[in-house]
Design a binder for this molecule. Structure first.
Ligand SMILES: Cc1cc2nc3c(=O)[nH]c(=O)nc-3n(C[C@H](O)[C@H](O)[C@H](O)COP(=O)(O)OP(=O)(O)OC[C@H]3O[C@@H](n4cnc5c(N)ncnc54)[C@H](O)[C@@H]3O)c2cc1C
Length: 428
């Protein structure tokens, strides 16, 4: 555990709701501050929902939000085509329409650049914290590798746009290089058969990959050793106001005693908070993944690869390949759509043929807890003892350590390690 170098006034009892990657990192920093911490989780294990089989990318330099200036012209395709990377299905759901309206308003150059800048400050801080964590806990094993990431562009237009973004990101401290097709293949020989289809790529050497579920299991073990209590199989059914500025959390048959409550319940936060009159600006973006055991490790990529046009990411996790993609705006249930899984299987077969049997690769889907601007909410609610660490969208694994540390700073009434502007509930 990171040394407790930060003084706090009073040790308190804090309940963290949700044992996904965000809840666990929150517990980590609260415990490091000397607080008594209880993690309450409705499932019987950590990371059983969105943190289970995500893309595995610790994507510190690729944080640009989905809401960008080029997005609106793509909306008709998203509505009409079943195999587009982003798919929109309108629902008779006021929250969906409200979220979409906010999303559309965020699709400007200015907002996109501002969100990117704020997310980079969070992701760079997360990278520092990951280094610190791994230096202190060398036995934390989650198939973590620092092999870099190569984003491959098939068309000249998208490669040109990526080079322009590279210039902007360079001004914010990202170290990236633009590579032509031959240099892409030299960097990752597993792409050799695609050389003729590639216009170019952007390589970032400082990107990592790892298995988010294993990371969470490792963190839970360390937290338990340090006295953090885990209450699995415990669903918080309601949050109730007990005085003008305080709330209490209830399960079906008890009230949970605590000084503070942190909500880290991902997409499920909306109904919990809604009953209190706190509107969480989240809508779930459903995504899919495949996990394939590699038959021919020598043929498989070592570098994390993003197929930009198809919006599919490939991460090497030890002797496995994780393939992830799709963003479906169309409902709140994490139910699998066979057509989407088939599209992902076909993409993997075309990208890395012969490396694994993608027909039998394990399919999974999860709900990214997305805010319209793509920025998480790391803030107190109007209630003094109720805190939010939600809305990490497509970047929860990447940002979890930084946002866990920031909420810890706020609860311990310390100046946050980095500025938190942009992550307030009112900003979302
Ligand atoms: C296909 C896909 C690919 C992705 N790829 C990446 C990637 O490569 N890199 C990256 O950084 N991020 C990625 N993400 C995003 C990342 O997985 C999420 O941002 C992250 O997992 C969110 O974590 P969380 O802890 O907020 O939510 P969750 O993991 O969903 O955890 C919330 C927890 O709260 C619990 N809970 C909910 N309600 C209650 C209740 N009432 N009582 C008790 N417990 C409750 C749930 O059971 C759950 O365990 C991806 C997501 C998807 C879907």
């Amino acid at each position: 555990m990171a040394p407790v170098d930060r003084e706090i006034q009073v040790a308190m009892h804090v309940i963290v709701l949700g044992a996904g990657v965000v809840g666990l990192t929150t517990a980590w920093y609260l415990r490091a501050d000397g607080h008594e911490v209880t993690v309450v989780e409705r499932n019987s294990d950590v990371a059983s929902e969105t943190s289970f089989a995500n893309g595995g990318q610790l994507s510190y330099s690729y944080v640009a939000p989905l809401a960008g200036p080029g997005v609106l012209s793509k909306l008709p395709k998203w509505l009409l085509r079943g195999d587009s990377p982003v798919r929109y299905r309108p629902r008779a759901d006021l929250q969906q329409w409200r979220w979409l309206a906010q999303f559309v308003r965020a699709c400007t150059h200015r907002q996109s650049e501002e969100s990117t800048r704020r997310l980079l400050s969070l992701s760079f801080f997360s990278r520092d914290l990951m280094d610190e964590l791994l230096a202190g806990e060398p036995d934390l094993s989650f198939d973590h590798a620092n092999a870099g990431k190569l984003v491959v562009h098939r068309t000249k237009a998208s490669f040109d746009a990526a080079r322009r973004l590279l210039e902007y990101q360079r001004s914010l401290g990202c170290e990236q290089e633009a590579l032509d097709a031959a240099a892409c293949v030299a960097k990752e020989p597993a792409l050799a058969h695609l050389a003729g289809d590639i216009s170019g790529g952007i390589f970032t050497g400082s990107e990592d990959a790892g298995d988010c579920y294993q990371f969470c299991v490792g963190l839970m073990r360390l937290l338990r050793k340090r006295g953090v209590v885990f209450r699995f199989g415990t669903t918080v059914t309601r949050l109730q106001r007990i005085s003008p500025r305080r709330i209490k959390a209830f399960t079906a048959d008890e009230d949970l005693q605590a000084d503070h409550v942190v909500i880290a319940t991902g997409s499920s936060s909306v109904p919990l908070l809604g009953r209190l009159g706190v509107r969480a600006p989240l809508y779930p973006l459903k995504g899919y993944s495949l996990t394939a055991t590699l038959d021919h490790q020598a043929l498989a990529p070592r570098v994390s690869i993003t197929d930009y046009e198809r919006k599919v990411v490939y991460a090497r996790l030890g002797d496995r390949l994780r393939i992830a993609g799709m963003a479906d705006i169309g409902g709140r249930r994490a139910d699998m759509n066979a057509g989407r899984v088939a599209t992902l299987r076909a993409a993997a077969k075309a990208m890395f043929p012969g490396t694994a049997d993608f027909d039998t690769a394990v399919a999974w889907c999860g709900l990214r807890p997305a805010t319209p601007k793509g920025l998480p909410v790391i803030d107190r609610t109007p209630f003094d003892n109720l805190w939010l660490n939600i809305g990490h969208g497509a970047l929860g694994f990447t940002l979890a350590l930084a946002s866990g540390r920031l909420i810890g700073d706020l609860i311990s009434r310390r100046r946050p390690a980095i500025p938190t502007s942009g992550f307030a509930l009112a900003d979302a």
